[in-house]
Design a protein around this ligand. Structure first.
Ligand code: HEM
Length: 532
């Protein structure tokens, strides 16, 4: 028995029985209150509409973010809960679509309801300040901006700069040849593919291009596009889903603010450069910024709008297109039989005396099939930019409330074994007989017949599809025409991991660009230089 006087710390143990029970009651009450206030933040809320119809089923917990490869979690839930399920990210309800018909029914047929954008704290509010086409809610301003952008992206408009796309693709192939010392040194293709896509976007946006010795401003534009892909994952930032995090100076918030300022600075400067050239009487090629300058009075865009406009093609169209080229180069060395088939088609249709051109495309079904298959197995966005609903809607006995974020899950659709048997295998044969371009395929009334969903769906579908397809065809057909792309035995290429939170590109890798025939040298050195 202790001889020490009772310690004040031990006092509660000495409570009388009735005091014990009121203390326990108070503790129990406090715990219940605490639990009651925490539970709504931890567990899903099953909302019903006035008819008692529930939101789509989904996981029990709420999430603050999804770990690095979110498509894997979504795919698991799609298997468990079905092709239309819901998930709570903080206080934001998401529904996830992983079926072509549902995508068509909601995003296309009900486009009037499902075409807005969630105003993410990072992407929409902080980085883009609610301005760029991709961030705008579904309203008149978006219609206006998208119409302006489309003036440069229709098949007819593309003809006005088709020679630039052609030239850039030739330069891309020549850079691989030169920089690999005629195929004797291994090369990491990332920067070359990035510069190719960047030059095409700069041409369309600003009537300019980079040379090998790039200006710091343009190098910066490439970095900004990369940073944008890293900071704008639809599920990756807790700050998007936990409001108090938005009030404190986290590293993510700082990066977002810095990126916003950098976009305004870099693209504002580029805009001013084009304006100075025009003011000096120089002829600037047809481009987005020239249109903006010529129509300043009519369009009435403020400075932030103008800068975001100048940036939007580069932000959307660089890592996406260059990503597909990189995935192609990562995949193709492990498929020599597919390369051989492509080489045979190219030799038969194009011959070895010239590079393939855009006019050859209809006659090269196997090359087209390879490009579609790369986009299926390695879409640069597994999760297309989420749409946002602006009205309550009932679909197949499920309730989708107003202000739900709607995600098209390409990963799960592209790995549906019924649609694409042996779906993890890279097999271009599955697209033989598909004579439609991706843009044409996206317009099919029967969505089950659509080739793939890499460009999204509905009224917000990628407006750059036609340009992207042209860029991909020119680059990939010419790489195959010129080279046998080989891997380096001691440097395995990972096809599972990737970089980027929204747009995804492979981890750095190197390949050998072995020239296929004697004419490669002569044809590549006969490319006529082009000056913008
Ligand atoms: C292989 C290349 C590309 C892929 C896979 C791709 C994919 C996508 C996807 C998935 C979306 C979201 C669609 C949706 O909300 O349903 C999108 C939107 C967009 N893309 Fe692309 N894209 C590519 C190239 C381009 C190019 C070259 C440009 C510019 C010329 C571009 C400009 C845009 C813009 C401005 C939007 C926003 C549209 C809106 O919100 O109304 N993209 N893209």
């Amino acid at each position: 028995m202790s001889l020490l006087p009772p310690s004040p710390l031990r006092a509660p143990l000495a409570l009388l029985p009735q005091e014990v029970s009121s203390y326990a009651l108070a503790m129990a009450l406090a715990c219940t209150l605490l639990a009651a206030s925490i539970v709504p933040f931890l567990f899903r809320k099953n909302i019903r509409n006035a008819n008692g119809i529930l939101i789509p089923p989904g996981p029990l917990l709420r999430y603050a973010f999804l770990r690095k490869y979110p498509e894997r979690a979504l795919s698991g839930w799609a298997k468990k809960f079905g092709p239309l399920f819901s998930i709570w990210m903080g206080n934001q309800l998401f529904v996830v679509i992983s079926d072509p018909k549902i995508a068509h029914d909601l995003l296309v047929k009900q486009g009037a309801i499902f075409s807005s954008r969630k105003q993410y704290f990072m992407k929409n509010q902080t980085i883009l300040a609610g301005r760029a086409i991709t961030a705008s809610p579904y309203d008149d301003k978006w219609r206006h901006h998208r119409r302006l952008a489309m003036q440069l992206l229709t098949p007819k408009a593309i003809q006005t700069y088709a020679d630039v796309l052609d030239y850039e693709a030739a330069i891309l192939v020549r850079s691989f040849y030169d920089e690999s010392n005629k195929g004797t040194l291994p090369l990491d293709p990332a920067n070359y593919a990035g510069r190719y896509a960047l030059n095409n976007m700069l041409t369309i946006s600003l009537g300019t291009r980079t040379t090998r010795s790039t200006t710091p401003l343009i190098e910066r534009a490439l970095q900004l596009a990369m940073e944008f892909m890293d900071l704008t994952g639809p599920f990756s930032n807790p700050i998007d889903f936990i409001t108090p995090l938005q009030w404190i100076p986290t590293r993510t918030r700082t990066r977002g603010r810095q990126l916003h300022r950098a976009i305004i600075e870099v693209y504002g400067t580029m805009y001013q450069d084009v304006k100075a050239r025009m003011d000096a009487g120089e002829i600037v090629p047809e481009c987005l910024v020239r249109t903006l300058i010529e129509t300043t009075e009519i369009e009435k865009l403020d400075w932030t709008d103008t800068c975001m406009f100048a940036a939007v093609f580069t932000l959307g169209g660089v890592h996406s297109t260059s990503g597909v080229i990189q995935w192609f180069l990562a995949l193709i060395p492990s498929h020599p039989e597919i390369q051989a088939h492509a080489h045979e088609e190219l030799d038969r249709v194009v011959g070895q005396d010239r590079l393939p051109s855009a006019e050859d495309e209809p006659h090269l079904p196997y090359i087209r099939a390879i490009i579609k298959e790369v986009q299926r197995v390695h879409a640069p966005f597994w999760l297309a930019t989420p749409h946002f609903s602006t009205q309550d809607y009932e679909y197949n006995g499920m309730f989708i409330p107003k202000h739900t974020a709607v995600v098209l899950d390409c990963f799960t659709i592209h790995h549906n074994e019924e649609r694409y048997p042996d779906s993890y295998t890279f097999n271009p044969d599955r697209y033989l007989g598909d004579e439609l371009s991706c843009a044409e395929s996206a317009k099919l009334n029967n969505a089950e017949l659509r080739d793939h969903f890499a460009f999204g769906a509905g009224r917000r579908i990628c407006p750059g599809m036609v340009v992207a397809e042209r860029e991909l065809f020119l680059a990939i057909s010419r790489i195959l025409w010129a080279f046998n792309v080989k891997s380096i035995p001691s440097e395995p290429i990972s096809l599972e991991e990737y970089e980027g939170m929204s747009g995804r590109t492979p981890l750095p890798f190197r390949v050998m660009f072995e020239p296929r025939h004697e004419n490669v040298d002569e044809v590549l050195y006969n490319i006529h230089e082009m000056k913008l």
